[in-house]
Design a binder for this molecule. Structure first.
Ligand code: PMP
Length: 434
């Protein structure tokens, strides 16, 4: 399989994933938090298969819902047609939407993955500015942000490794210091806040949206930050007539111990993107939750000379199998109190990681709910990659993000498995720093 893979397959982020490129795991099957390779070796899936398997692999209720949907309706266009799974899922998402300071989120626009949800949100924001006043061509983004790999999403990213190669092609953005950036020193919140304020004072009338990953910049290495930044971003966006976009592709669907990271701050954005865990990892689907006032700007009015339509939508938008999987996942999450369990699992991981945090070579352990990063040193020396490889030899699948080792297990991971996860990490660190 490995030779055939090497001959025919171009993998995503190929060089970046060099720690596995020589001998990738050939995954054969999965169940709960476990993966098996073709040689029958078992691995604990400590990163929920790239942060998606909310309740683990092979959840019976989700599998049954997808099978039932498959027997009934496999696909139908959402262009000029609709269907029960698409409607019911939108109703469920609206019912679950965060509440607090900000507008009610009342409409759901479907997309295919995290990047395409971000892409849709950026286009909505720009078009909204044009249709409610005049076009505002700029986006405010945070340093170290990751919002996906389509060109719009790349433009609002702040992670040079992924973005620098495409700079000449990108939208106009203004980068702001991140409140999660440890390099800013102890008052990183104050530094980021004053930077955001001065950018909005100077350029606010040019800005259609501020986009942030709320509470934690995930792909940057789980850089968590203070909720006050989000409250200030809400006030500043409203004061300057810009939209606030929360990209909850990573933080949403229970990951941080709340349904949405926005709830930690009591703030509601105008647009909220979600993806990853929404179908429980079964099928690709994402969505933009939009405030009613945003949606209204896209409704035709008497006397219009140009259509206000949102010119966006894909062949597989709201595929019924994907919607059925997401609906079953959200229902099962409610029945199993998955969000409460995520909060408790996060606390357990935090306790188990206390001795790890004190080890030589460990710079910092960062965590919000189950979103966990263990930063190791020396920086830039592939230390994170080596720790993950050593953990893999012990049957635990982790993921390096630069110098940070990520732990992001299914929300319902059992106590024994959480112990195993941290024990393997602990032993892997010992091996690498021996
Ligand atoms: N936004 C955030 C916050 C993400 O973490 C990611 C993926 N890591 C994306 C967007 C892009 O999602 P996808 O890979 O599904 O396109």
């Amino acid at each position: 399989w490995i030779a055939r893979d090497a001959a025919a397959v171009w993998h995503p982020f190929t060089q970046h994933a060099a720690w596995t490129a020589d001998d990738p795991v050939v995954v054969d099957r999965a169940e709960g938090p476990w993966l098996w390779d073709v040689d029958g070796r078992r691995y604990l899936d400590g990163v929920s298969s790239l942060w998606t398997t909310t309740l683990g692999h092979g959840h019976p209720a989700i599998s049954a819902a997808v099978a039932a949907q498959l027997a009934k309706l496999d696909h139908a266009t959402f262009l000029g047609a609709t269907h029960a799974p698409g409607i019911e899922l939108a109703e469920a998402l609206v019912a679950l939407a965060p509440e607090g300071d900000g507008p009610e989120l009342t409409k759901v626009f479907y997309a295919g993955d995290g990047s395409s949800a971000v892409e849709a949100a950026l286009k909505i924001a720009y078009q909204h500015s044009a249709q409610t006043g005049r076009p505002r061509p700029k986006f405010v983004r945070l340093d170290h942000a990751y919002h996906g790999d389509t060109l719009g999403a790349v433009a609002v990213g702040g992670h040079d490794l992924f973005h620098e190669a495409y700079r000449p092609l990108l939208l106009e953005t203004i980068g702001v210091a991140s409140p999660g950036d440890r390099a800013l020193g102890p008052d990183r919140l104050g530094t980021a806040l004053s930077h955001l304020r001065s950018v909005m004072d100077e350029h606010g009338d040019q800005v259609c949206a501020i986009i942030v990953e709320p509470m934690v910049q995930g792909a940057a290495g789980m850089l968590d930050y203070d909720a006050e930044f989000l409250r200030a971003a809400r006030r500043l966006a409203s004061a300057h007539g810009a939209l606030l976009i929360f990209d909850e592709v990573a933080t949403g669907i229970g990951r941080t111990g709340r349904m949405w990271a926005a709830e930690h701050a009591g703030v509601v954005p105008d647009l909220l993107t979600c993806g990853k865990g929404i179908t429980g990892g079964y099928l690709p689907l994402s969505a933009v939750l939009a405030a009613e006032h945003v949606y209204e700007a896209f409704l035709s009015r008497p006397g219009d000379t140009a259509p206000r339509t949102f010119f966006h939508g894909h062949t597989y938008t709201a595929n019924p199998l994907c919607c059925a999987a997401a609906l079953a996942n959200l229902r099962a999450m409610g029945e199993e109190d998955a969000v409460g369990r995520a909060a408790r699992l996060g606390e357990r991981l935090g306790k188990l990681l206390e001795p790890v945090a004190a080890k030589d070579g460990v710079v910092e352990v960062r965590r919000l709910g189950t979103m966990t990063g263990v930063e190791v040193a020396p920086a830039g020396d592939r230390t994170g990659f080596r720790v993950c490889r050593a953990a893999r030899d012990r049957g635990v699948w982790l993921r390096p993000l630069g110098d940070t080792v990520v732990l992001m297990p299914p929300l319902t991971l059992g106590d024994d498995e959480a112990d195993l996860l941290v024990e393997a990490l602990d032993a892997a660190i010992d091996e690498v720093f021996a």
